[in-house]
Design a protein around this ligand. Structure first.
Ligand code: PM9
Length: 459
């Protein structure tokens, strides 16, 4: 193995959690009982759990030590002060409102910054983000570069905003009808694709010139910074911390799910510099989350998050993180398995359209593929296609995303390269008899965020 390409784990393991594999017959029964929805499978039936990288991270010894320093005072926790100072130091924002997780921050931001009928352009939708934007009267507009919708195009910074699309939108709709621009670093549903610094700067300049605010979805900011260091001219000699600081200098604020690049199991926050917006966010956080000094998080969780944010920016950590994901992607590519290219920061996305060409999108190929992979191997993954995309709020028709994928998501600091080998072998084996994968139909379809709890049966 080339250790410069795929570095060894930059940690020693001092606590372990045993995993076990149940039989294929048992998994078939479990999958059926779960209505062929991998979200509904009990965790103890799973061998390698690659459902998500959200809240599934292994915390460091420093973070666990921090948990013991939890100040659980109802108001004015010292851990809040630590989190606030850390966010200001790393991201440069003056105000922070903690929330129980990312969608809590999205709810607050959408409530205070969107007026009924305003547009919210962004670099591809994310499920919870779009839900809150639409729930607050916003109209989401996808302004990501076209290439992001094509799984086969292998170019750097595939998550960039198409600045011309943004310019056109401003001209057509008027700046006053745009609530803010939502710029995600990285873009989850495009395959964990990063955004270049040049693009952030250009978007910021255009928005400033038109009096429009830019809010980042900062969920995977450290992974994005790694790609900038690796691939953008002029950043090779900068530290991840320097890159992160510059990235956020182009934003007016951000929402953050700490459960990803905060390397914790729960928590999130909303940030901004604007004093008036901060006052509004503080007024609302007490309604939905808790006091502005804990916002749904325990003191100990805020402490672990403050420490985790810094750890995610250590080069040894973040390079291993991204390159471990790439290792899995490279193995699959070498075996001819169709994946979204290039491999992004947190997951390898199987291209279910090419994996299951015998199925129509309305047969839910990615949903079915994720279930078959679980039944065959005990590896749990997640559908990111037509089911995740949901229905158009006004017409009730299914959104039909160009990308129909299964996300093979790697939790942080949890699995080793050997686990990646096992996962790759399982996927390659399944690819060899892909024709056996059958279509699915709904037996229960929830009204919102249907992918979490929907149930299916074979067509
Ligand atoms: N992401 C994920 O598995 C967990 C929920 S599954 C839909 O990828 C982005 C880019 C996310 C994200 C969650 C959230 C919401 C916002 N933006 O899960 O509420 O990937 O902490 O964050 C999930 P919370």
């Amino acid at each position: 193995m080339d250790y410069s390409k795929y570095p060894a784990e930059p940690y020693r393991i001092k606590m372990v959690e045993p995993v076990k594999m149940i039989s294929k017959e048992e998994r078939m029964k479990v999958a059926e009982e779960a209505g062929f929805n991998t979200f509904l499978i009990p965790s103890d039936a799973v061998y390698i759990d690659l459902l998500t990288d959200s809240g599934t991270n292994a915390m460091s010894d420093r973070q666990w030590a921090g948990m013991m320093l939890g100040d659980e005072a109802y108001a004015g926790s010292v851990n809040f002060a630590h989190l606030k100072d850390t966010v200001e130091e790393l991201m440069g924002f003056r105000h922070i409102v903690p929330t129980h997780q990312g969608r809590g921050a999205e709810n607050l931001l959408s409530s205070i910054a969107i007026k009924e009928g305003q547009y919210v352009p962004g670099n591809m939708y994310f499920t919870t983000t779009r839900f809150h934007q639409e729930n607050n009267g916003g109209i989401f507009i996808d302004i990501i570069r076209d290439e992001a919708h094509d799984a086969t195009i292998d170019i750097p910074f595939k998550g960039n905003i198409d600045v011309e699309k943004l310019r056109k939108l401003i001209e057509e709709k008027g700046a006053e009808n745009i609530a803010y621009v939502c710029l995600a670093v990285t873009v989850n549903l495009a395959g964990g694709q990063p955004v270049s610094m040049g693009n952030m700067k250009e978007v910021s300049e255009l928005c400033k010139a038109n009096g429009i605010k830019v809010f980042y979805d900062a969920t995977r900011f450290a992974e994005n910074a790694f790609f900038i260091k690796e691939q953008e001219d002029g950043y090779q000699d900068k530290t991840i911390a320097e890159i992160v600081k510059e990235m956020f200098s182009y934003a007016d604020g951000c929402t953050m799910s700490g459960k990803k690049d905060g390397i914790v199991n729960i928590g999130g926050f909303l940030c901004m510099n604007d004093d008036e917006l901060f006052e509004q966010a503080k007024e609302l956080v007490v309604v939905f989350e808790g006091m502005p000094s804990y916002g749904g998080m325990a003191g100990r969780d805020m402490e672990a998050l403050a420490i985790g944010l810094k750890e995610s920016m250590q080069y040894e950590y973040i390079s291993h993180r991204v390159l471990q994901v790439r290792y899995l992607g490279d193995k699959l590519k070498e075996a001819g398995v169709p994946i979204v290219e290039p491999v992004g920061g947190h997951a390898v996305f199987l291209d279910a359209r090419r994996f299951c060409p015998h199925l129509e999108q309305t047969d839910f190929p990615a949903q079915s593929l994720a279930n078959e992979l679980f039944i065959e191997s005990g590896v749990r993954t997640m559908e990111r296609g037509i089911i995740s995309a949901g229905r158009d709020k006004n017409t009730g028709e299914n959104h039909m995303p160009k990308l129909e994928t299964v996300r093979v998501t790697i939790p942080r600091r949890v699995y080793t390269y050997k686990h990646m080998d096992v996962v790759a072998d399982a996927i390659i084996k399944l690819y060899e008899h892909k024709e056996d994968i059958k279509g699915l139909k709904f037996v229960y379809e929830p009204k919102q965020l249907r992918f979490f709890t929907a149930r299916f049966e074979h067509k």
